[in-house]
Design a protein around this ligand. Sequence first.
Ligand SMILES: Nc1ncnc2c1ncn2[C@@H]1O[C@H](COP(=O)(O)OP(=O)(O)O)[C@@H](O)[C@H]1O
Ligand SMILES: N[C@@H](CCC(=O)OP(=O)(O)O)C(=O)O
Length: 285
Amino acid sequence: MAGREHLKNKKRIVIKIGSSSLTHQETGKINLSKMEKLVRILTDLRNQGKDVILVSSGAIAVGKETLGISNRPTEKSVKQACAAVGQTRLMMVYQKLFAEYNQVPAQILMTKYTMINDISRENAQNTFHELFEMGVIPIVNENDTVTTDEIEFGDNDTLSAIVTALVNADLLILLSDIDGLYTDDPRQNAEAVFIDSVEHIDEKFEGMAKDSSTLVGTGGMATKISAAKIATASGADMVIANGEEVDIINSIMAGEKKGTFFLENKNENFKLLDYISTRQYPNKV
Ligand SMILES: Nc1ncnc2c1ncn2[C@@H]1O[C@H](COP(=O)(O)OP(=O)(O)O)[C@@H](O)[C@H]1O
Ligand SMILES: N[C@@H](CCC(=O)OP(=O)(O)O)C(=O)O
C-alpha cells in the first residue's frame, strides 16, 4: 500500500476529538492544556492555508461534570440538559483559546434533519464554504438538545464523516483514547494486535471493531469503522489516532506512520443520502 507522504499535501481537513480526549479520565473535568494545544495546532494548519473543521464532542461529558452528576446519565432529557450546559461551556473555552491566536471560530450544530432535508443540507454546505473563504474554523457538534432517538446521529464519528463528505474534505482525523484499530478491543483482550493500515474495509475489519468500554465515549471503534466507510467512499483518507498528545496531528500531517490509516476509495456514484439511515422517515424521503 502507498505510504503516507501525500498527507502533507492535504488541503481540507476535518479533525474529530472525542469526549474521552477532552476530559481528564480521573475527574471528568475539561483538559484545558490539551484544548489549548489543539487550538494552537488547528490555527497553525489554518495559517498554512489549509481549510480546517473541528468536530468536537464533550458537551454531555462537560455538562454532566458542571452539574455535579457523577454517573453517566441514561435518561434522554438529562443527557440533553447536560449537553445544553456543556456545549456553551465548551464553546466559551474554545472562543477564549482561539482569541489568543487571533483566530475566529464558529459553532455549527447539526442533526440528521440538516442532512436529510435538501435545503438545510445545502444551507449548511454553503455556510461551511463561506466560513472557509472567511478564514474561520467551524466547530461542529450534533445539536443534542433537539435530537430524538429517531433522528440522532448519536455519535460524532459518523457526523464527522458526513461533514467530510459534505465539504469534500480530503482528510478526516479521528482522535480517540486509543492508538487506532486493533484486531479486538485491547481493553478487553490483551492479545489484540494493532492494525497499521486498511486498504479496503470489509467484514473482517468490521468484526474487529467493538463498542466503547470507557465511561465517557460513545460508539467505540464500531462507529469509527462506519465513519471510515463514508469518508473513504467520499474520496477522503482517514486516520484514527491517539489524542493523548494532540501534537500527533502535526505528525500525521507530516506523513509519519501514526495511528491506523484508511486509504480513500472514491465511489464515483457517491451519494451522501445513501449513507444516512432514513428508514425512520418513510414520509420524508
Ligand atoms: N478493535 C478495537 N480496536 C481499538 N479499540 C476498540 C476496538 N473495539 C472497541 N474499542 C474501544 O473503542 C474505544 C474508543 O472509542 P470511544 O470510547 O467511543 O472513544 P471516543 O470518545 O474517542 O470516540 C477504545 O477505548 C476501545 O476500548
Ligand atoms: N454529541 C455528544 C458526543 C457524542 C459522541 O460521539 O461522543 P464521543 O464518542 O466522545 O465522540 C456530546 O457532545 O456530548
